[in-house]
Design a protein around this ligand. Sequence first.
Ligand code: ZN
Ligand code: ZN
Ligand code: ZN
Length: 280
Amino acid sequence: MIKIGAHMAITKGFSKVPEDSFNIGANTFQIFVHSPRVWAVTPIKPNDDVQFKENLKKYCIDPQDILVHSGYLINLASPKDDMWEKSINSMINEMQLCSQLGIKYFNVHPGSHLGEGEEFGINRIAKALDTIFKKTSPDTTVLLENTAQKGGNIGYSFEQLGKIIKTVQNNSRLGITYDTCHGFDSYYDIRTKDGVRKLISEIEDSMGFDRLRMMHLNDSKFDLGAGKDRHEFIGKGFIGIEGFRTFLSFDEIRKIPLLLETPGNDADHANDIMTVKSLL
Ligand code: ZN
Ligand code: ZN
Ligand code: ZN
C-alpha cells in the first residue's frame, strides 16, 4: 500500500489533523508548525501534542511518514547577517516543535543566495545547518527540497543538493524531498521512463538514492523548464495523467511517502488522492 497525503491546515489544532487526513483518504500528511509568513513561533496549546500522538495511533498514521514544512521567511543562504541569524533561530524553534510532536522529518528550501553566487550560497547553507544541528535533537532529520530554477534559488539540481550534503559536518541528519513540479520546472522530465531513470540515477550519483525520503507530488501549470513554480491538480497540468502513471510505475518512487501540495481545499485533495490511487 502506498503512503499518500496532502498539506493540511492546523487551524483547528494539531490533534485534528490525523482525522482530517483520514477523511480525505490519506494515511499521512504535511503541515506547517506555525503561520509560515511570520517569524514568531507560537507554543503548542496544552495537551494538543498528547492528543495529536494519540490520534495518530487511532488513525494508524506512522509519525515517520509525516512531514513538517518550514516557514517561508527562512533563507539559510541569505548574505544579510540579520536575516541569516533570524532564519537559523526560526528553524531551531520550528524543529523543537517538530520534536515535541514526535515528527521525524523537517522540510526546508535550501535558500536563495540573492546574487552572491552558488558557491557562496552552498557554504552559507552548510554553515547554518552545522549550527542548527548542534542546537536541536538528533531525532529530527532535515530534508532539503529541490527548487524551481529561478532567482538565486539553490537546489534546482541534485549536484547542488549533493554539494550541500557533502559540506555539512553531521550529514547523517540530512536527506532530500523531491517536488515533481519544481523538478519539472528545472528540466527533469518524468513523463518518460528514460526521464525517470535519469532522475533516479542522478540522485544515486550525487548523494545516494536512500537520501530521498519524501515526495511532493504536484502537477505543473507550466511546461517543462518554465521555472515558474505554479502547482496544478494531478493530471490537469503539463506532467499530465500519463506522465504520473509512468512516474508511479517505478517501485523506487512508489515506496516514498507522496504528499500533495496541489491547489484547493480538503475536497480537492481527496479528489487528487483518488486520481493517484487510480493510476496504481
Ligand atoms: Zn516547499
Ligand atoms: Zn514542494
Ligand atoms: Zn512550489
